[in-house]
Structures are given as C-alpha cells and as structure tokens.
Ligand binder design. Structure first.
Ligand code: PEP
Ligand code: MG
Length: 846
C-alpha cells in the first residue's frame, strides 16, 4: 500500500502520521510500532480523509484493504487530536458474514463465532443502519436460531439483507463515524471542552485480535499506577473470551491482573503472559514518557497490544506521576513542572468532595475560595463561634459578610453568601483563611431573619441542618458527601522545589495574622506582601479600644485611647516578624472607613454606650455623623492618615518598636510600610514626614538605629497616572488591583456579583475582571504606573497585591511589565509559584 499517501496510510515506523493530522491515537500506535510492540496491522485515515468521507466521497477501499488479509476481521476506532474531545465509539468485528462465521465456527466453536457475529450485527444496525436498538429485544442470543433471527430482524427493519461484503460494511462504518463527528451535538459538546469549531477526526482501522477462541484468549487493560493516588500499583482487569473493554464492565467476570486477595488473577492463571504484559507496559512508560493504560488482547496465548491511552488521573496523582517520571530520569525536571496545571494544585491544598460521591445540589453561586466543607447551618457570626466552641463544624450562611463577621468566619468551616463577587469581603477573607466559600448564590433564597435557607427546588433548610459548601465549583450540597483529604505530600514538595529553581518573579503572601503568616510559610512564600492591619482591630479587645479612638473628642483624647492599642499592635507585629524570620514583611497602614468599626443594631449601640459611659443618644448621633453615602470612596485609606494622623503615628511606632523587639540583639529587619488609597503626591509627603518623625523619636528613645522602606499602594487610577510624581517619595509600589479594578470600571467590588454572570455570558466582559485581570484597561494602568514610577526611580520595587496576584494569567502579565513579585492569599501561593515557574520555563524553551 501507498506509504506516502498521508490520508490513508499503514502505520509503520516511517509513515507520515502526526497528532494534528491523524489524531492522538494514530500517533500513539505509531510510537508503539516503533517500539516493536506487538500491534496488529493498523491503517490510519487522516482528518482530511475522514472529512471527505463525511462529505459523501466514497473512500478508497482498495487502498485500505491491501493492509489486511482477505477475510481478516477489522475494528475501527476514533483518533481525535485531544482524547478529551470524545468521538464515536469503536466498532469491532467488521467483516463478519456467513462465510467467516462458518470458518470461525470450525476454528473456535459455533457458540463463540456466533457471539462475535451477533455483536457485530447489533452495533452495525444501531450505528450504521441507524435502526432502533430494540429490534433484537425479543430474541435470546443464547438460544438456537438466534443468528437467523437477528439477520431476519435486520432485514425486516432495514428492508435489505445484512451486508456480507467486508468493504461495504467498512465503508458504512467509516461513513457513520465520520458523520457522527460532524453532527451538531457532538460539535457543541467538544467545543464546550475547548475544541476548535473545525477540529478534525482521524480513524484507525485495525486487524482485529479476536480475544475469543482456543488457548488463552481474552482481553483487558493494564496500567502501572493507581489513578487516584499516582502510587505504583498494577491496575486493570482481564477477562477470558472477551473483546475490547468488556473486562471493565461492572459485573463482568473479570480477573485481577496481579495476584489479589479479592479473587483470581491473571498472574496466577497465566504468569508468563502477565510478566510479559508488565514488561510491555514498562517499555511504554519509559519510551512514551508517560503513564499509559495499555489495551491488550490475548489470542491463543499470543499478546496483541491494541492501544495505549494516557492514564486518567486526579490532580494529586498527576503530581506524583510527573515527579516519579522525572525522578526515574524519564523526563527532565522542568518538563515535570510544565506538566501540572497550576490551578489543579487547589485539589491538593484543600479537602474536596470525592469525585465519585453523589451530589445532592441545592443551589450554586460563584466558587470564591476552593475546597469543600460540611457543617451545620448557622446564620450569624456569634452562632458560628458558639458552634466552634461546642466543637461542631458549621457553615456560616449570610446575605453578605462585613468586618464584624470575621470572627465568625474564623470559627466556621465554610461560608456561603447571597451577595458578592470574587473580591467581596467574604471572598477575600475566605481565601485568606483557606476557607471554602461560595458567594453570589442567588439561586438560593436567604431568609436569614427566619433562619431559613431555601433551595432552588423549594426544600427548606433550617439552622442546624447539615450542608456542604463546595468552593471549588460553586455548588451547595445537602448533607455530607464523601470527602477527599488534602495532600501536601512529598511529591508536592518536590515539584514545588523544582518550580522555584526556574522561577524569576517573587511570590509573597497576603497575611494579616500570625496564623496566616504560618500558612504562608508552609507554602514557602518569600515574605508578606500585604498585611492589612485593620483586621487586627476586629479582635474583641482591640475593637473596644478602636471605638474609644473613634469617639474621642480631640487629638489628645484620641492619643490616649490609641495608647491602649499600641501594645496590642506591637505584639502582633512582633509575632509577624518572628514568624517570618527575616523575610520581608510589608505592613499597610489603616485602610477602611471608621464607621465599619461601629455597631449597626440597637443592642450594639447600647453596649457601646455602656462601655464608653456615654448616653445612647450621643453614641447614636456620633455613629450617624460618621455614616457616608459612599464609604468605599470616602474617608478611608490615606485620607484618614491625613485627617486623623494619630492612628498612623501609633501604627508606625508599633511597627518600629516591634522591629527592634523582634530583633533582640540581632540586626532588625528592614520593614516595609505601605500607604493605601493614595491619589496625590502631597499625601505621601505628609505621611512620610509624620512617619519619619516617629522613626526619629523611636531611634532616640531606644538608642538604636533601623531602616524602613516606605511604599504606596497604587489602587486609584490617579495614582497610576501620576506615578512619576508619587515615586519620588517612596521606594516601592504595590498595585492594589482590587480597588484599581473597582475604580477603573466604576464597578463596586461588593455588588458586581449580581450582574457579573449575564455580563460575562453576553460577552460584555470576557471574564469577571475581579477574578482575571483586565489587561486591556486595568492592565494599561499597571503598565503606565510601572513605567512612570520607574522613570522617577529606576530601582522602584514593583508588585501586585490585589487578588489577581494569585491568578496564573495575571502573573504572566505582571511578569511582562517587569514586576518584582506578586502577593496573594497564602493558599494561592503554590499556584502562583508553579504558574510563575512555567512562564519562565516557557520563555527559555521558546
Ligand atoms: C486592593 O485594593 O487590591 C487591595 C489589595 O486592598 P484591599 O483588598 O484591602 O482593598
Ligand atoms: Mg484596596
């Protein structure tokens, strides 16, 4: 046969077969042929040939037939470019007809021959002639005369006899498979999996290894690793007198491969064949540089290898497999790093719902923080704390969360909110805590005042009912499905170590508390890129002191109240410095509007009046005075630093004293202090003057010298535009892409969840810009800010500390504009490290 016809070619070591012209299966078979493995004769049809067949061209049957002996039974399998894109099922036993049936009956017995013929008639009539599958329902295939009845039923329905000519049968099979691929449903299905609209299908026609007959005959599949764990384990089944993947059907009387307590095995039944199969699988692993599932058939004791497919695997198995291939010298270390999809690490970092578990979904929303947790529903932060105190797992269900809920979130095992998007309060806090979280779950009704959660199907859940929040895919489930534990094992650590060797952009963590900092270290962040100091103030003892600050009548009164906060802040900073042990810690000055610290209900106001020894009416009036129409654009960030500078004085002092305390007799770290929400150069000048004064005072009081670096959070568009001015007064910029996205779009980060879905579905935004950095708009401001900042100060350190810092696409962008590091929630640090390493490796390869 023609070896140089790329459209219909016998698969030989030299044949012109490629994945993008003939599909992955054809290419893999060629690799097996090159390895001298016992692959039956196989012809590959290219995408072009199959497309022509679908369009009605008669295939060149003669060209195909020369590869096979007369009367040889055949099978046809699909070969798409990516196995995940699916394709029509294989059709076996092509070529069965009266004569072949007779010959086979003489060879392997009438019963076995009839079984093959019946199987073929059935699949031909369904897939090729497109007859109703139930036309054979009344015929018992094991009874005498079944074959005649099958043929009669076919003829009756198709109005022609069952074709006897192998070429006619094969042409029919090829046409039906080609057309099935081009059908609308199949196209939509594969496009949903990322296939291009014009993805091609190749087909492979293979001489059929019977699997039925005398001697040891049968079929099976074998792989060398466990698909869930990735650990070495010979896995698969074999069944005597069977074909294809029959052995894998549940209830099939299949043998284990390796000797197994649970039942008989091929190893005991045919030890030499088993040993040979293992040997072939090891060759495939070493030479195809991948864990493969081998499909094999035994024919009278002779092994045929029909196919090799990449072993299906969970994310944790993928990591172990990649690492062990590299450790065995089969692939280079950098290739192992490239083989793992960074986001897939989430599956290792958190508990997950077992992929095989049944899911009783009651609603869904935006998966804002990955992982899954089960617990009893609670509707308030206080109940969450009470529940945690009783040792009971709970899920905090709120319409939305606010800073007062933080302690509840710490206590809860997961959070679920009706409102919000990827950067709403609940989402940001949950990611920081590594807490599974679903936000914007508008498919559920939150009747929180009645303590009810109503499912989309009408079921009502009450306080104490058990639900599961799956933050990986945004689902809310009733009850407790089977879970899979996190897996930060040795392979994970090894892979991450290799990733760090290639990485050329730094990765720090956003960490506000000692617990966060410890998590950041577990994930090997290089430092803290953002410590949001205000979160500390929500601890019970600090909250009261903070309220006293807010209620002080004048700067002196405020300073007195702040004296109470100073030691608490200092202790917290000492802990952060100690935990980070010399690594950089970037502390952001107070950011949120003051009124966030005030009670919102009457009982809270009364408690506050009591604590401050003021009248309820005074407290209520003061709270009202502090109210703003638009607090996120109001008196917050550096604006507080300018108008209520005593707070920043106290924070600067706490930082400097903590640096010295943490250093003991050693060299103090160079701390980094960052000013939020800057929009004008003068703001930085004013703040710098005050901080310098505090530094000078502390130096004098302590009699010790120390350094600090001042930085600006670039999170207003004006700060990016005026970066050249602003950079003159600071040493680093950290882009706060959460606020910068909010302000660039004029889109509230707390409300965007409500309309983000229709906006993305209708293509207004390609993605949620709070989730994936908008490179065109917000990105342009980053680029501009970076360029202008470095004009004024070429050694300006640049970073991103918004939530985008943990997203692989955003890291790619940050790297191209010359950022020094990204900073993200601790649980996203490994994803960022791996994504950054892959970018560097890709650059080196290309
Ligand atoms: C930001 O705005 O991107 C940021 C990191 O700060 P926060 O989320 O605290 O406003
Ligand atoms: Mg911000």
């Amino acid at each position: 046969m023609q070896q140089n016809d790329p459209n219909i070619t016998l698969i030989s070591p030299e044949a012109p077969v490629a994945v993008n012209t003939h599909g992955g299966r054809a290419k893999c078979l060629q690799r097996l042929v090159r390895l001298d493995l016992p692959v039956p004769a196989t012809v590959a049809l290219s995408f072009v040939a199959v497309h022509q067949i679908a369009a009605g061209e008669v295939p060149d049957m003669a060209a195909m037939a020369v590869a096979f002996e007369d009367g040889q039974l055949l099978c046809v399998r699909p070969s798409s470019e990516d196995p995940d894109w699916g394709g029509p099922g294989a059709i076996l036993n092509i070529g069965m007809n009266a004569a072949r049936h007779q010959a086979l009956a003489d060879e392997i017995g009438n019963e076995a021959a009839t079984r093959l013929y019946l199987k073929f008639i059935q699949s031909y009539s369904t897939h090729v002639a497109r007859l109703d599958p139930d036309i054979f329902d009344d015929i018992n295939p094991r009874e005498e005369g079944a074959l005649e009845d099958y043929l009669a039923a076919y003829e009756d329905e198709a109005e022609e006899p069952f074709p006897q000519d192998r070429d006619v049968q094969l042409a029919g099979v090829l046409k039906s498979m080609a057309r099935a691929w081009e059908g609308t449903t199949a196209r939509l299905l594969r496009q949903a999996k990322g296939a291009p609209a014009d993805a091609g299908l190749g087909l492979v026609i293979q001489a059929l290894a019977l699997g039925v007959g005398n001697g040891e005959s049968g079929s099976g599949v074998l792989q060398l690793v466990n698909s869930d764990s990735g650990y070495p384990q010979i896995t698969g089944r074999y069944m005597s007198q069977s074909q294809g993947r029959d052995a894998l059907q549940t209830g099939a009387e299949a043998l284990y491969l390796q000797a197994d307590e649970r039942g008989p095995s091929l190893e005991e039944h045919a030890p030499e064949l088993f040993a040979k199969l293992k040997e072939y699988a090891a060759v495939m692993r070493a030479k195809l540089r991948e864990e493969m599932e081998m499909e094999f058939t035994l024919e009278d004791g002779v092994i045929h290898i029909l196919d090799g497919v990449r072993v299906a695997r969970t994310a944790r198995a993928a990591v172990r497999i990649a690492v062990s291939l590299a450790q065995d010298g089969i692939i280079p270390v950098q290739e192992a790093v490239m083989r793992i999809e960074p986001r897939a690490l989430n599956e290792l970092l958190h508990r997950q719902v077992d992929p095989d578990a049944e899911r009783d979904m009651i609603g869904d929303g935006i998966g804002a923080s990955p992982g899954a947790a089960t617990g009893k529903i609670v509707f308030t932060a206080a109940e969450a704390q009470a529940s945690a105190a009783r040792g009971e797992a709970c899920i905090l269900v709120r319409r939305e969360t606010n800073p007062e809920d933080i302690r509840g979130m710490h206590a809860a095992n997961a959070a679920l909110t009706e409102r919000g998007g990827m950067t709403s309060h609940a989402a940001v806090i949950a990611r920081g805590l590594g807490l599974p979280c679903v936000v914007g779950a508008t498919s559920l009704k939150f009747r929180t005042s009645k303590k009810q959660l109503v499912a989309q199907d009408g079921r009502v859940f009450h306080e104490g009912d058990v639900i599961t929040v799956d933050g990986t895919n945004g689902q809310v489930l009733a009850g407790e499905p089977l879970m899979m534990e996190a897996a930060l094992d040795e392979s994970f650590q090894t892979l991450m170590g290799w990733a760090d060797e290639s990485r050329d952009i730094g990765v720090r963590a956003n960490a506000d508390t000692p617990a966060d900092a410890r998590t950041a270290l577990v994930f090997q962040a290089e430092g803290i890129g953002l410590a949001r100091t205000e979160h500390m103030f929500f601890e019970a003892d600090q909250l009261i002191a903070m309220r006293e600050v807010i209620f002080a009548d004048d700067p002196e009164g405020r300073s007195v109240a702040l004296q109470a906060l100073l030691p608490m802040q200092r202790e917290m900073f000492v802990e952060l410095f100690e935990i980070m042990d010399g690594r950089p810690v970037c502390i952001r000055l107070f950011d949120p509007p003051l009124h966030e610290f005030l009670p919102t209900d009457r009982a809270g106001l009364r408690d506050l009046a009591e604590a401050l020894n003021l009248s309820l009416s005074t407290v209520t009036r003061r709270v009202e005075e502090l109210g703003e129409y638009n607090p996120m654009l109001g008196m917050r960030g550096v604006r507080l630093g300018i108008t209520v500078p005593e707070i920043l004085d106290m924070q600067a002092r706490a930082i400097f004293e903590a640096m010295l305390d943490a250093a003991g007799d050693g060299e103090p770290v160079v701390s980094e202090i960052m000013i939020p929400l800057v929009s004008a150069k003068r703001e930085v000048e004013l703040v710098k003057t005050r901080i310098d004064a505090v530094a000078a005072a502390v130096r004098t009081e302590r009699g010790r010298d120390f350094e600090y670096r001042l930085g600006v959070m670039v999170e207003t568009p004006r700060a990016a535009l005026r970066a050249e001015d602003i950079a003159q007064h600071c040493e680093f910029f950290s882009f706060g892409t959460n606020d910068l996205t909010q302000m660039t779009y004029g889109l509230s980060r707390d409300d965007a969840g409500r309309f983000m879905s229709p906006y993305v579905q209708q293509g207004v935004f390609p993605e949620d810009p709070f989730h994936t950095l908008d490179q065109e708009g917000v990105g342009e401001l980053l680029k501009l800010g970076a360029e202008r900042g470095r004009l004024a100060r070429p050694d300006l350190t640049l970073s991103v500390c918004g939530e985008h810092g943990g997203s692989p696409e955003s890291i790619a962008f940050c790297r191209t504009i010359g950022m020094d590091y990204v900073s993200c929630s601790p649980f996203r640090v490994p994803v960022a490290r791996l994504a950054a390493a892959q970018l560097a490796i890709r650059d080196k390869i290309e």
